[in-house]
Design a protein around this ligand. Structure first.
Ligand code: FAD
Length: 503
């Protein structure tokens, strides 16, 4: 009888269990596909990563996961975007929403219409014309409408959840689908002397597991990709200077906002992520700008509610491995690289890596993977670089004067790809659009505009539209948004009714 194609996943954090759940749901026949996940309870997982992006919903939907059940089990709340405080300059505030600007029929050109009108007369801020921003500002929540004529169809949502509970939830799904879980520490990795492909992993207790394909989800250790296969790391820390974080949990406040809060500070920035039962807080900072003690003191001063846990100090290096698929091994999650959590992109990158891997999955024993791995690496590179530029933008576009960190970020040379994007926006308010991947035009708009970049001109097509037509468009959109906010539910109450744990 033919041996099953054996997939070995090393690591059981968010990356490991998301990967196990997705592969086991695609390849269901265990006589042909065996999936083994090895994790170590002694080592544990990084345990942070609580804010997500809207693509997580489609990941869960594809697995047939019930949303209220997932939210109940992970103590989740809804996330409609991120509120940025003191970014750009001290005292500044804006929201990067998971939504568009304008009404349902005019989102693509709305910004230009708004910009053109604002040169002629005083009008409300751009944020007034985003339904998602208005939901955030009103602490409200409703599901997006399926009716494309409804202003409530112009946004999407993600979740804040307890990352450890989410991994546990996915573990249950994976084990029910026949994934075999082993608790143990991988101590050695063996390779085929001819091809260099990985053949097995050996645990500390001597057990050996042979496989055809290996997925490295071992977190920052990058046990297979880096330690065994020697993958080359591309360091981006000269652009993204933060290299440490402290995380603590605190008690929840009465009103639970439907957004993450990110506050820029002297040495970096602080996050607040509201869950049902508690909040996650952390300070991401640059160790050259402030010490661990200073960062900790600063974090504690800005926490609402009681601090519930001891601080966790995490050190990281920003960048990614140039090839996250090498030979018969793909690294997914922190083992493939890390971009700081400013826009909550890591779990998204795990999801995308899984989607790309499943599209290109070898599915039978083979010694040559080059065509598949080259394409995979190209797709993942593209994602990483786009996100990198977007993150750098937040730091670069600033007028803060409170520390050398911010002065340096303002004047540093940024990647050419980012300079071009900033230049295009300055000249025309133009932003590149594409169908797949992060981040699309409204996201760039939110940050560029939110952090105060003024454009010199508008799209010439828009300048030919009569002023009265633009005025009535703005009025129509703001009326639609007001209508959409009538009878809005408070986010905390909505969550309670939809998915709270029963007492
Ligand atoms: P880990 O969680 O570290 O899991 C590694 C696994 O490998 C563990 O199970 C461990 O036991 C196992 N392992 C390691 N070595 C061995 C061994 N020798 N033998 C056996 N098993 C082993 N992402 C977001 O999307 N949103 C956020 O808001 C966000 N915030 C973050 C904040 C900070 C400060 C940091 C550092 C990261 C954040 N992330 C965020 C990233 C997110 O935490 C990770 O992408 C996510 O948790 C996936 O981690 P992982 O599974 O790759 O690694």
């Amino acid at each position: 009888m033919q041996q099953p194609f054996t997939i070995i996943i090393v690591g059981g954090g968010t990356a490991g269990w998301m990967t196990a759940a997705a592969i086991s749901s695609c390849y269901k026949d265990r006589s042909r596909f065996q999936i083994i996940l090895i994790e170590s309870e002694d080592i544990g997982s990084v345990g942070v990563g609580e804010a997500t992006l809207p693509s997580i919903k489609s990941f869960n939907d594809q697995l047939g996961i019930s949303e209220p059940e997932m939210m109940r089990r992970t103590q989740a709340t809804f996330k409609l975007g991120i509120k940025f405080l003191d970014w750009g300059r001290t005292g500044n505030s804006y929201i990067h929403p998971f939504g568009l600007y304008g009404g349902p029929n005019n989102t693509s050109e709305f910004y230009q219409c708004w910009a053109q009108t604002s040169t002629r007369r005083s009008i409300p801020e751009l944020a007034r014309y985003s339904f998602a921003v208005q939901l955030c500002e009103n602490n409200g929540f409703k599901f997006p409408s399926q009716n494309t004529q409804d202003v409530a169809s112009t946004f999407s949502y993600a979740y804040h959840f307890d990352a450890t509970l989410y991994a546990r939830f996915l573990r249950e799904i994976s084990e029910n689908a026949g994934v075999r879980r082993i608790n143990g520490i991988v101590d050695a990795v063996r390779n085929d002397p001819d091809t260099g492909n990985i053949t097995s992993v050996v645990l500390k207790d001597g057990q050996e597991f042979s496989g055809d394909f290996f997925i490295d989800c071992s977190g920052f250790r990058s046990l297979l990709l880096q330690k065994n296969l020697g993958a080359e790391f591309e360091d981006w820390s000269h652009w993204l200077l933060c290299d440490r974080a402290i995380a603590v949990q605190s008690g929840q406040q009465q009103d639970i906002p439907p957004y993450t809060t990110s506050t820029a500070k002297e040495g970096g920035w602080q996050w607040r992520i509201p869950l049902q039962h508690r909040a996650g807080n952390g300070y991401v900072y640059c160790s050259n700008a402030i010490s661990d003690d200073e960062a900790y003191d600063s974090l504690l001063k800005n926490i609402h509610g009681d601090v519930l846990t001891e601080p966790r100090f995490i050190t990281f290096k920003t960048g990614r491995y140039k090839k996250s698929w090498s030979k018969n091994c793909v690294a997914i999650g922190l083992s493939s690289g890390f971009l700081e959590p400013l826009e909550s992109t890591s779990i998204y990158l795990i999801h995308i890596a899984i989607v790309c891997l499943l599209r290109l999955f070898p599915a039978h024993a083979n010694k040559r993977y080059a065509a598949l791995s080259d394409e995979y690496n190209r797709l993942i590179d593209n994602e990483y670089e786009r996100i990198r530029d977007f993150l750098i933008l937040h730091y670069h576009m600033n007028e803060r004067t409170d520390s050398e960190l911010w002065r340096h970020c303002r004047t540093m040379q940024v990647p050419e790809s980012l300079s071009q994007k900033i230049d295009l926006f300055k000249r025309r308010g133009y932003s590149e659009s594409f169908k797949y991947g992060l981040f699309s035009t409204p996201s760039w708009l939110a940050v560029l505009h939110g952090q105060g970049l003024q454009q010199a001109g508008v799209d010439p097509f828009i300048s030919s539209i009569p002023a009265e037509q633009l005025d009535s468009l703005l009025e129509e959109v703001s009326n639609m948004i007001d209508q959409g906010l009538v009878d809005l539910s408070n986010h905390g109450q909505f969550v309670k009714a939809y998915c709270a744990l029963k007492e």
